[in-house]
Design a protein around this ligand. Structure first.
Ligand code: NDP
Ligand code: 8X3
Length: 251
């Protein structure tokens, strides 16, 4: 697959798994995240397979995001696929007990960050002539659950923005799709519970959660579709999970 991909949040979880998979497929990769060391490790690991360029920036920072886009070397200024994956949940409190700093971080990352990145890199997708945007939403983008309040609202926004972008980029032939995973065992819960590993591990105990590689496979399916096919919305859950409320856990 001779495509150039930009993957945000490639230092862990889904983004990292996508980087590994798409390197194997021979794609040229632009990988982003805030942790420079992890970006360096990935680049070192994958460079034998393909060209890898890393951009270390915080998607919440509009100036940093625009500077990262402006810094792209000329041979990477045509991007076929943008995967807006960087995101997080912080806390699982009811709204009245929530921490406004957590709300800010989730909205700034999941919603405003996605907007900043899309805006900053759109001209490169236009240049490709076969641009494709994949936003990583969540089942939380169509459902809500107690304690999910602001995270769910941010992913509902991703759902709305994915639909809006698909309409607005239709005349340009740029495909816009969304992946909406359920429970997947990544660093997500460790981040949500602020480093409490026992609490994070409990989330995935008693059933077989999705892996990051499962979600990367789903992204590969979307990207491999022929140019006249747009997978608009791909919801993927563990077999043990029917929706945000129904999870079949063993002992
Ligand atoms: P991880 O915590 O494993 O990875 C999150 C990635 O996002 C990291 O690479 C992190 O990089 C990056 N990131 C977070 N904040 C920022 C920021 N401000 N600027 C730049 N990069 C940032 O989680 P997942 O892989 O599970 O999550 C990826 C996406 O999938 C998120 O949008 C999440 O909401 C969504 N999702 C996750 C599910 C799950 O159950 N795991 C289910 C459904 C959706 P760094 O820290 O280096 O900046
Ligand atoms: C992450 C999955 O169920 O914690 O988006 O909201 S969930």
């Amino acid at each position: 697959m001779e495509k150039t991909l930009l993957i945000t949040g490639a230092t862990a979880g889904f983004g990292e798994a996508m980087a590994l998979l798409f390197a194997d497929k021979g794609c040229t990769l632009i990988l982003t995240g805030r942790r420079q060391e992890r970006l360096d490790e990935l680049k070192e690991h994958l460079s034998a397979k393909t060209e890898v360029h890393t951009l270390c920036f915080d998607v919440r920072n509009r100036a940093e995001t625009e500077a990262a886009a402006a810094s792209l070397p000329e041979n990477l200024q045509s991007i076929d696929v943008l995967i807006n994956n960087a995101g997080l949940a912080l806390g699982k409190s009811t709204l009245p007990n929530g921490d406004p700093d957590d709300w800010d971080a989730m909205i700034d990352t999941n919603v405003k960050g996605l907007l900043y990145v899309t805006r900053a890199f759109l001209s490169f997708l236009r240049r490709s002539g076969q641009g494709h945007i994949i936003n990583v939403g969540s089942i939380a983008g169509t459902e809500v659950y107690p304690g999910g309040n602001v995270y769910c609202a941010s992913k509902h926004a991703v759902n709305a923005l994915s639909k809006a972008l698909r309409q607005e980029l239709l005349p340009e032939g740029i495909r816009v799709g969304q992946i909406r995973p359920g429970l997947a065992d990544t660093e997500f819960s460790l981040v949500r519970y602020k480093g409490d590993a026992a609490k994070a591990e409990q989330v995935y105990r008693g059933f077989e959660a999705l892996t990051a590689a499962d979600v990367a496979d789903a992204a590969h399916y979307m990207i491999s579709a022929p140019p006249h096919v747009c997978i608009n919305d791909l919801e993927i859950t563990p077999t043990a999970q029917a929706n945000a409320f129904m999870l079949e856990k063993g002992d």
